[in-house]
Ligand binder design. Structure first.
Ligand SMILES: [Zn+2]
Length: 64
């Protein structure tokens, strides 16, 4: 995650790299859907925030 709170993930459909804003104050585990900026298909993003390091990881999955 960069200083502004954006993390990059790979679209589960077309493989292009997207960025999503992660509010790490919203909890260590978050899950929401975001449309790919290129193919517009919905990626289900699983956000995990490491409580010790603050590192954020994002996993993109197919919806459904
Ligand atoms: Zn895509």
């Amino acid at each position: 995650m960069n200083e502004e709170g954006f993390v990059s993930y790979q679209c589960a459909y077309c493989g292009v790299e997207n960025e999503t804003f992660v509010d790490d104050t919203a909890g260590p585990r978050q899950r929401y859907t975001e449309d790919c900026s290129v193919c517009c298909r919905p990626n289900v993003l699983s956000i995990t925030v490491d409580p010790e390091t603050g590192n954020v990881s994002v996993e993109a999955q197919f919806e459904g």
